[in-house]
Design a protein around this ligand. Structure first.
Ligand SMILES: *[C@@H]1O[C@H](CO)[C@@H](O)[C@H](O)[C@H]1NC(C)=O
Length: 481
């Protein structure tokens, strides 16, 4: 059986992010490092990022036992925080062996390729000659992600394997790498595709008409590829990018001089590079949890319906005014989209739904973002104080609860009435706009009920017998007697 090990690379510094998040005021890390928030310890869905990765690895039998085969590479600055995480079973889900936490000896990432090379130089002898699963630990591959599929493919087929996500419409490609697939048209039907090239620095945004496979932050490299990687690093030819794109580019996939690489699809992945992406990630996890729990408020559903209606309206205008032509146009646009390669259709659908909302500005799914607004539960989940900074301006009393109807503006019923176009008042124009999150109150102080409770509710009521005939107000045939 082929020997496999895994490396979580946690070397990229969280310096800029720490400042951004503090300014945001709504995220708390479980363990505070000297550099602010170590990205790999940020709480996502109530768990540090590293725990999500360990869970993804735990379900791969080839990586068992985890404490012999999984390693974490830190930098000099965040290593103490990660060690603190590892030695506290409550944080790390049962503890993680301290000797498996290494550092790259620098304050920041040396570039992912160089980091992996420094790990190979310092790793215990049991790792040499093994295939290595390399993951950027400050990224996440969605809920319920497991590495087994990737590892099995690499081991059984004996190929270096990367994974990619079909980028959703409107995603910015900056900071990502785009994988060249051998036959993109059949990508949705095939389990894996040969990689014919890699664009490590694409730009622009994704449009829906073509499949754009963006490289996910995890890959499986065989010993031969690792050797090649070390050589490239030694000659100084590897890029300094701390992302997977830089590392894979150094291996020149698609170059006929090298053994071919394969790419498999993935439903979604996230990077925790800046406050925007942290918010995106935790919003998605919260949204996913709500969808899984089957919770979707009536108003949220109505809002979705109204969005569909707006889309139809647009299509109708584009089609020249006829509703039927509008429907046909929408169906055509839908059908013209290439089928998307994915693993779990359900998860992909949730991701697409979330992404559409996100692009339209829905930012309300996240409990964490509400921690600062006095929503209890969120602060407990995140292990933080939820100290009421940021939006609430410190007005929230510790322990006060914001009812959910104010916490999430989209759940509000909005019965706007349209007036006749000739007589429309400005007040009506205002009133047509649905309330947004900024219109919601920041504090909530419930009435004390003191007065109501002062009634003698236990006083005897009249329980005497009514002897009069009950007369119907409608017809005398209905008289009750
Ligand atoms: C419009 O709303 C304002 C503020 O509520 C109110 O004072 C005013 O009387 C309203 N105007 C009309 C024409 O109803």
């Amino acid at each position: 059986m082929a020997q496999v090990a895994a490396l979580l690379v946690a070397t990229s510094s969280g310096r800029g992010l720490a400042e951004e998040l503090t300014a945001h005021g709504s995220y708390t890390s479980l363990v505070e490092g000297p550099d602010g928030v170590p990205k790999v310890l940020l709480g996502v869905n109530g768990q540090p990022v590293l725990n999500h990765w360990l869970a993804a690895m735990a379900q791969c039998s080839r990586l068992q036992p985890l404490d012999q085969k999984v390693f974490i590479l830190c930098n000099e600055v965040n290593v103490d925080a990660v060690r603190a995480w590892a030695s506290e079973p409550a944080f790390s889900g049962g503890g993680f062996p301290l000797e498996n936490i290494l550092t790259n000896g620098a304050d920041d990432s040396l570039g992912l390729a160089a980091d992996v090379a420094s790990f190979l130089a310092a790793a215990p002898p049991s790792v040499s000659g093994r295939s290595l699963l390399v993951a950027e630990a400050d990224a996440l591959c969605g809920p319920c992600f497991g590495v087994a599929r990737l590892v099995e493919h690499a081991v059984v087929r004996g190929k270096d394997t990367v994974i990619y996500m079909a980028a959703p419409e409107g995603m910015s490609l900056e900071g990502h790498a785009v994988v060249g697939l051998e036959d993109p048209r059949t990508a949705a039907q095939s389990a894996s595709q040969r990689v014919v090239g890699l664009d490590a620095e694409p730009c622009g945004a994704v449009d829906a008409a073509t499949l754009t496979p963006v490289l996910a932050p995890v890959a499986m490299l065989r010993p031969e590829a690792l050797e090649r990687l070390v050589k490239t690093v030694e000659t100084g030819a590897a890029s300094y990018s701390s992302r997977m794109g830089g590392l894979i580019a150094a291996l020149q996939p698609g170059n006929i001089a090298h053994p071919s690489m394969y790419a498999m699809p993935l439903d979604c992945f996230f990077r925790l590079t800046d406050a925007y992406n942290v918010a995106l990630t935790s919003n998605f996890y919260a949204y996913y949890a709500a969808e899984k729990a089957g919770f979707k408020g009536d108003a949220a559903r109505a809002l979705e319906a109204s969005r569909r209606l707006a889309q139809l309206h647009e299509a109708r205008t584009a089609a020249g005014g006829s509703a039927a032509a509008g429907v046909r146009l929408m169906a055509e646009v839908e059908a013209a989209r290439p089928p998307e390669p994915c693993v779990d259709k359900e998860l992909r659908k949730v991701f697409r739904g979330f992404w559409d909302g996100w692009l339209r500005g829905d930012r309300h799914h996240d409990l964490a973002a509400m921690a600062g607004r006095g929503i209890t539960g969120a602060s407990v989940l995140l292990g933080g104080s939820g100290g009421g900074m940021g939006h609430s301006g410190g007005g929230v009393k510790a322990g006060s609860t914001m009812p959910l109807r104010f916490a999430d503006a989209t759940t509000r019923r909005h019965g706007a009435k349209e007036q006749h176009a000739v007589y429309t008042t400005t007040n009506n124009t205002y009133g047509l706009k649905p309330p947004s999150q900024v219109d919601m109150p920041l504090t909530y102080t419930a009435a004390s009920q003191h007065f109501t409770k002062s009634f003698p509710v236990t006083a005897p009521k009249s329980s005497s017998l009514v002897t009069a005939v009950t007369k119907s107000k409608v017809h005398k045939a209905l008289d009750d007697f």
